[in-house]
Design a protein. Structure first.
Length: 549
């Protein structure tokens, strides 16, 4: 009963966090637009199995398997094309991640409170919330990986049918994003190998059989679509799917995604993304206060879950911060272990006291882009064999020295306390000092964004009876733009930058007698060119709408 109550509370909290104002902001200029365009092209330029013809960049975007695209297209067919309908599948996957994580940690940890803290910590991680509210592949594929690992963990000590279910999750993950879902069986395989090394030969043998079964079922589910694409496009499909999206990203930093931090890039990303929870992560990774919180083999399983993707993306040349999502979940579990140990007073007073300034320090660092940029400049200079410039070195050194002094003083002061109640207050104050800012940061994504496109779309709906679509690639402008009413052969209106507005107005004589609109991008009260036969109908802070008289 307690587990059901916890799941109900977590489901409601996650639904509120991921669905409130989900459609209130414009789609992000890059990935959200790419996948929204692909989903909306179904039934127009492209079909359900292959969206190459309707995708921005063609096969470059359509090489990703279409499971999430099908979900987005289905919801837009039911509710109409909107930001909410396009983002809802990712939000549902985010809720699923929270619930499956709770179920998994209930089996990994001895105390059920750790599962509640872990699920709550994931909810309070603003980086996860940000991507659970985006029409992108990252959180949906993470859900399938998490479900694959949950079923696989149950299969290690239970019936083989759990490995079969894990294989289904693997197959659906492979239908969500290129190869990434293979992290699930790789993590399980490494864990099973560690079981063999530690002496659990029978458990390991069972695990190897289960992983083989999982791989077979997963491949069987994903194979038909990949075979269809191969038959239709030939080697071109695999050139994009494996050549560009996997091999090229591994060998070279594509699309400008590189970092001067080198092997320290991912540790720094973990610090930035976890913020005030980072010190508790370090505590959870240590054995102080946490060695009695995990069941048999659970710690090694979590370490395999962290180290496999961390190692894989460390050797990958392309450093792209969303990859951190793939090992963020086990890190959150370790942070939950640290929080649980601190709250129940299982750590030394000096450590508990030091956690408070350490959490605040990590919070400041995680929200300060200026300090992060200074650090990158310092590391780049040192890597090139030059002394770091003073304007970059001074803020980093000052922050490090000040933080170190505050942490040392707080630990020393806490160590001097001897009364039990005072020690408990210090421990709980450190936890509260981390969780309150985390709660505030976790709510920030609800308030972000603007609605310039939404305001424009609402105005255009009053102009035409045709349904307003969301996204298109304007080949004349060479950028990704919003598109409204679709006529039989073309869009009923277009978006142009202000420097080409005069030409666009003059060249928009409609061959079919309709009255198209022209939308011009602007900033503020820029003076815009005029053309005979057009008048300004409407404007907001970003666009001006012209209509033929």
């Amino acid at each position: 009963m307690t587990a059901r109550r916890d799941l109900a509370i977590l489901a409601v909290a996650a639904a509120l966090l991921y669905f409130i104002r989900l459609g209130s902001t414009d789609l992000a200029f890059w990935d959200e637009i790419l996948y929204a365009t692909r989903a909306l092209s179904i039934g127009h330029e492209s079909g359900w199995l292959d969206q190459t013809a309707g995708s921005v960049g063609g096969l470059w975007t359509a090489a990703h398997p279409p499971l999430l695209i099908w979900q987005m297209a289905g919801l837009t067919a039911l509710f109409g094309p909107s930001e909410w309908a396009l983002r809802a599948p990712a939000a549902l996957a985010g809720i699923g991640c929270v619930l499956v994580l709770y179920l998994l940690v209930r089996r990994l940890a001895i105390d059920p409170a750790v599962a509640r803290i872990a699920a709550g910590a994931l909810l309070l991680t603003p980086y996860f919330t940000q991507y659970a509210r985006r029409a992108q592949l990252d959180v949906p594929v993470l859900f399938w990986i998490l479900l694959c690992l949950y079923c696989g963990w149950r299969g290690v000590s239970g019936p083989l049918r759990w490995f079969a279910l894990s294989g289904v999750a693997l197959g659906l993950g492979l239908m969500s994003k290129i190869l990434v879902a293979f992290l699930g069986p790789i993590i399980l395989g490494v864990f099973v190998l560690s079981e063999a090394v530690s002496g659990s030969r029978g458990r390991a043998a069972r695990g190897f059989v289960g992983v083989a079964l999982m791989m077979a079922i997963g491949a069987a589910i994903a194979a038909p679509w990949h075979l269809y694409m191969t038959a239709k496009l030939g080697p071109t499909y695999w050139t994009q799917a494996l050549g560009y999206h996997v091999l090229s990203r591994t060998l070279t930093p594509l699309e400008g995604h590189s970092s001067s931090l080198g092997v320290f890039y991912w540790p720094h990303q973990i610090l930035v993304r976890l913020g005030p929870l980072f010190p508790f992560l370090l505590l959870g990774l240590s054995r102080e206060g946490t060695k009695t919180d995990l069941g048999d083999g659970a710690r090694r399983f979590l370490l395999c879950w962290v180290l496999v993707p961390l190692f894989a993306f460390t050797i990958v040349a392309t450093k792209f911060h969303p990859y951190v999502l793939l090992f963020l979940v086990p890190l959150v579990v370790f942070a939950a272990l640290g929080i649980h140990a601190t709250w129940r007073g299982a750590v030394r007073p000096a450590v508990a006291g030091a956690l408070l300034p350490a959490s605040l320090t990590c919070l400041v660092w995680s929200v300060s882009l200026t300090l992060q940029r200074h650090l990158e400049s310092v590391v780049a200079a040192l890597d090139s064999g030059y002394l770091p410039p003073g304007p970059d070195l001074a803020p980093v050194v000052t922050f490090a020295l000040g933080s170190g002094a505050a942490i040392a003083l707080a630990g020393f002061a806490a160590r001097l306390t001897s009364e039990g109640t005072r020690r408990a207050r210090i421990s709980r104050a450190s936890v509260v000092a981390a969780l309150l800012p985390a709660l505030v940061l976790g709510l920030v994504p609800l308030a972000r964004g603007h609605g310039s496109w939404r305001e424009l779309r609402s105005e255009l709906r009053r102009t035409t009876r045709d349904r307003v679509l969301l996204i298109c690639e304007d080949p004349a402008v060479g950028r990704y733009q919003l598109r409204a009413a679709r006529l039989p052969a073309r869009a009923a209106w277009t978006v142009v930058p202000r420097d080409s507005a005069g030409f666009a107005l003059q060249a928009s004589e409609p061959p079919d007698g309709s009255n198209p609109c022209v939308v011009v991008e602007t900033s503020g009260n820029d003076s815009l060119p005029r053309a005979a036969g057009y008048q300004e109908r409407w404007r907001n802070r970003r666009f001006v709408l012209f209509e033929r008289i």
